[in-house]
Design a protein around this ligand. Structure first.
Ligand code: A3P
Length: 290
């Protein structure tokens, strides 16, 4: 069944399911000991929450909107993953400022971040849209031979039996430990509503002053359409054995509220109940529609 098919693709480590084809328990554990520089910026997300979008924005900000000769470099290289070192980056010798990406929960992050060294940008998205996006993303997994239907996927998502585990735990963990880190919280929805303001917020947080023209370029190059057409920003460079993009696009729809097109009223109400139980005590709010 669905879970059996998944069991062959992942391993569980410290409460999280990881993709066995790109990382290992040793690689994940080594992250804890990574030496942090004050100039480091980590982008942290739960999957399908706007990771590659923010990778694009951040790397453009760090290169004044025009990438300074990095035009031919893809996002995996511009913002390497720390727990799945697919580009074999030597983090020790990597030039500053390092801009890095991760899906890790707060407790698996480099220890030194917890003395508020470095900077973290945490991007989250309303979980119904995350779940829909994740469901479509699973279809592109070439190793998954068993098709998981939507109803099953909802149950897997709610019980945290998906890559990177529970959305609820991830967001709660990061949110309730925010005082330990030097962190900026952003939402997918606010980026969608007003991209320019989000870009300015990020600039301020990472202490980079761009002129109006550079800001315009960052915004323009980070729109859904422009990213979709940019082969170095749309993840089309990801090898076929990791992602079968004949079955879908990484940049799929890029909207807020797509869950309404697939969730039944009953599914949505059930999800609302779970959300209230698991997240009701947090002061966080999510936009479910624009
Ligand atoms: P959809 O599947 O809902 O379209 P991640 O990068 O964390 O895996 O998230 C992927 C989701 O972000 C996808 O959502 C993708 O379309 C969306 N996305 C990527 N770039 C975007 C952009 N520039 N604007 C809006 N959404 C974007």
């Amino acid at each position: 069944d669905a879970l059996e098919a998944l069991n062959s693709l992942w391993f569980e480590h410290k409460g999280i399911y990881f993709d066995a084809s790109i990382t290992s328990p040793e690689m994940i554990d080594s992250v804890k000991h990574m030496e942090i520089r004050d100039s480091d910026v980590f982008l942290v997300t739960y999957p399908k929450s706007g990771t590659i979008w923010t990778q694009q924005i951040l790397s453009l900000i760090f290169n004044e909107g025009h990438r300074n000769g990095t035009e031919s470099i893809d996002n995996w290289t511009r913002m390497p993953w720390i727990e799945a070192n697919v580009r074999n980056v030597d983090f020790k010798t990597h030039p500053s400022p390092r801009t890095l990406t991760t899906h890790l929960p707060y407790y698996l992050m480099p220890r030194e971040l917890r003395i508020r060294m470095g900077k973290i940008i945490y991007v989250c998205r309303n979980p119904k849209d995350v779940m829909v996006s994740y469901y479509h993303f699973y279809k592109m997994n070439p190793k998954l031979k068993y098709e998981i239907n939507w109803e099953t996927f909802i149950n897997l998502f709610i019980s945290g039996r998906v890559f990177i585990g529970s959305w609820f735990d991830h967001v709660r963990g990061w949110y309730t430990h925010k005082e330990d880190f030097n962190i900026l919280f952003l939402t997918y929805e606010e980026m969608k509503k007003d991209l320019r303001s989000a870009v300015l917020k990020i600039c301020k947080f990472v202490d980079i002053n761009l002129d109006e023209k550079a800001i315009d370029t960052v915004v323009q190059r980070s729109t859904f359409k422009n990213m979709k057409d940019d082969p170095l920003s749309n993840y089309s460079f990801v090898p076929k054995d990791l992602l079968d993009q004949s079955k879908g696009n990484f940049l799929r729809k890029g909207i807020v509220g797509d869950w309404k097109n697939i969730m039944t009223v009953a599914q949505s109400e059930m999800f609302d109940k779970v959300f209230k139980e698991k997240m009701g005590d947090l002061p966080t709010t999510f936009l479910w529609d624009l």
